[in-house]
Design a binder for this molecule. Structure first.
Ligand SMILES: [Zn+2]
Length: 294
């Protein structure tokens, strides 16, 4: 019994260490995901920025071309206007007058086009300035996040190291197979791998245990796993004042199977303890291992 108590104590300490360890391992694994989202957003912003910047270059180039065409048109009109001084006939005058009118119209159209393009350039520039500050903001945020994550994960890793050291201190002397099962249970059952049996109920899953099985747990000569939730069980005295009773939803069918009478038998079987210990002495081959451990 004392040996078993020691094993249970070890398992409980190990449970504290392991559940913390798994939690931190999970957190460390989650870290890159947070960064990926932010990095992706930043890349999208940069892509848009590059596209818009190309549009702006194009608009600027177009404005430049329009301006040079305007200069040409103005120049052409001035030439026509100079020719006006040299004309001799009405016919020549009309022809030249038409050229000047056409050139003026062309100038006006080009001025309109230039204004339109300049507006486009201005809008694109303003948009880009906004995008630029967005990118800057996002970059700053990412940097901050990276720094935070770096210091956090360093802290977590050192914590993990400490936990592993603690684990190494507890583990020697524990049966390897039990250890393997125990670790798996803690991983899958939200950090709880060893629970007390109270009033015939596994407090891990709240199922009522068969009376014979409960007696075996009470005897405490072997490591026993709950047949329903696989957690390691140890016996705890009934604590009616704590209000830990059967869960109604679980009670129905099983209460029928292992009826009141059997529960009473289990309660009265307390005197059997001594016999049981003697019976199981041979099977607790672990004892020698435990003694060697320190
Ligand atoms: Zn259970």
């Amino acid at each position: 019994m004392e040996m078993m108590q020691e094993v249970f104590d070890k398992l409980r300490s190990l449970q504290d260490v392991l559940s913390k360890k798994y939690e931190i391992e999970r957190e460390i694994n989650e870290i890159p995901k947070a960064l990926t989202t932010k990095t992706e957003l930043l890349n999208r912003l940069k892509k848009t920025y590059i596209d818009k910047n190309a549009q702006l270059d194009e608009a600027r180039e177009k404005t430049k071309r329009l301006r040079s065409r305007l200069t040409e048109a103005e120049h052409q009109r001035e030439i026509y206007e100079k020719q006006m001084d040299l004309i001799k006939t009405q016919r020549e005058y009309e022809a030249l007058d038409k050229e000047i009118k056409d050139a003026t119209e062309k100038e006006q159209q080009l001025r309109k086009d230039i204004l339109r393009e300049e507006k486009e350039v201005e809008e694109l520039s303003n948009g880009l300035a906004k995008e630029e500050s967005m990118i800057k903001l996002q970059e700053d945020e990412l940097k901050k996040e990276q720094d935070k994550i770096k210091s956090e994960s360093e802290a977590k890793k050192s914590l993990l190291k400490d936990l592993r050291k603690e684990e190494d201190k507890i583990v020697p002397g524990l049966d390897e197979e039990i250890l393997f099962k125990f670790e798996r249970i803690i991983r899958s059952k939200a950090g709880l791998g060893i629970v007390p049996v109270r009033d015939s109920v596994c407090t891990g899953c709240h199922m009522i245990l068969p009376a014979q099985f409960e007696n075996e747990v009470r005897a405490g000569t072997d490591i026993l796993f709950c047949p329903y939730c696989s957690r390691i069980l140890f016996y705890a005295e009934s604590e009616a004042e704590e209000g830990i009773t059967f869960h109604e939803e679980d009670q129905g069918s099983l209460a029928d199977l292992f009826g009141e009478e059997e529960d009473d038998d289990a309660g009265g079987g307390g005197g059997d303890d001594d016999d049981r210990e003697e019976e199981d002495e041979d099977s607790t081959g672990d004892d020698s291992d435990d003694e060697e451990e320190e």
